[in-house]
Design a protein around this ligand. Structure first.
Ligand code: MRU
Length: 351
């Protein structure tokens, strides 16, 4: 594997009025970039995991709307808003669980509605989208610094899925905290779970950490209990796709069982996520868990590993209840139980 990747490398970027992304379906074998000029191609890229990870999906959706605005032939504000609503619907329907997508799309629609005329709206959308991408990196770096205080010299930190530079515009949420801990001079090691069935842990997290010179060991998802019971894990940190005001955390499938095992072994279980990942309106019954195609489970690297004609259950995310979460690291501070109060305070501090 010759490709070099650095945490400063951009997962998604606006360049010369096009959206440029790393094609994550090709990692870890090839570091290739794809360019899109049509919002429908961006929507397809989100759906097919060319780009994935809640904050990266959010910014990609925002850039998708910027493309829709740029290519629109509308002559009036009303017609442009109509075109944008149509594009928003297509982008929104790509992946239902990561709330950052809705957050980003709503923010851009608000900017569009406030614009004076067609050219003013187009310009403000592009500028806002670019700023949201920059802010994503800054937010992660602030969050990283806050979270680094929770980790000690010689900690071995378990993480699940990929909540790194590749899941954001750059730097990462959970892996951002790990990067900041290392940057603060502490010696740390990471245990990454493979994260079946799409293998974000082995394909992306192990790849990203290795290339940043962070000590990483890969384990099968089935070895989490073994690693914890043998005292190999000091702390766990994961990202999130959606966090409710009650502290319920939605993240990659398998997170819940890791949190349960961490509780059994008295290992702190942390979540790192920006405020854009919080959904203060919904309750657990409202959240849609994305179900993905059966072939992700019945095949490995395109080869069948299960018989034809069987049923498959393939949820992409699960919910970890607040009582299993030791702390939630955000750019506004660290929320601790009881979450209903601490999360409310974090948001009030930003008013
Ligand atoms: O299906 P994915 O790869 O988009 O799932 C990603 C995750 O579950 C991440 O942990 C989450 O989005 C946080 S990323 C900073």
């Amino acid at each position: 594997m010759k490709t070099k990747i650095h945490s400063s490398l951009r997962t998604v970027e606006w360049k010369n009025n096009k959206v440029v992304m790393i094609d994550q379906t090709k990692l870890p074998h090839k570091l290739t970039f794809v360019k899109y000029e049509d919002y429908k191609d961006v929507a397809n890229a989100i759906k097919t995991l060319v780009v994935r990870g809640a904050p990266a999906i959010g910014v990609s959706g925002v850039f998708g709307l910027a493309l829709a605005a740029l290519r629109s032939k509308a002559k009036t504000k009303e017609k442009l808003l109509e075109d944008l609503e149509k594009a928003k619907k297509v982008l929104f329907e790509t992946r239902p669980t990561a709330v950052n997508l809705e957050w980003g799309l709503d923010k851009i629609m608000k900017v569009a509605k406030e614009g004076r005329d067609v050219s003013d709206i187009k310009e403000s959308i592009i500028q806002t989208a670019k700023k949201m991408a920059e802010d994503d990196i800054l937010t992660n770096m602030i969050m990283g610094k806050q979270g680094a205080e929770l980790f000690e010299n010689n900690d071995t930190i378990m993480t699940h899925c990929n909540a790194g530079a590749l899941a954001t515009v750059g730097y990462g949420t959970a892996l951002g905290v790990i990067r900041a801990t290392k940057e603060s001079g502490k010696r740390i090691k990471v245990i990454a779970t493979e994260t079946r069935p799409v293998m974000q842990g082995s394909r992306l997290t192990a790849f990203e950490l290795k290339h940043d010179g962070i000590d990483v060991s890969l384990i099968p998802d089935t070895a989490v209990g073994y690693a914890m019971s043998k005292g190999l894990v000091s702390k766990v940190i994961v990202g999130a796709d959606r966090i409710l005001r009650t502290g319920h955390v939605y993240n990659k499938i398998g997170t819940y069982q890791i949190a349960l095992m961490a509780q059994q072994h008295k290992i702190p279980f942390y979540v790192a996520a920006p405020l854009s990942t919080f959904d203060l309106k919904s309750s657990p019954d409202d959240v849609i868990i994305e179900q993905r195609k059966p072939s992700e489970v019945t095949e490995v690297a395109g080869k069948k590993t299960a018989p034809d004609g069987i049923g498959v259950i393939n949820p992409a995310f699960d919910m970890t209840p607040p009582e299993l979460v030791t702390g939630i690291i955000t750019e506004a501070g660290i929320a601790k139980p009881p979450y209903q109060e601490s999360i409310k305070k974090l948001f009030e501090s930003r008013l």
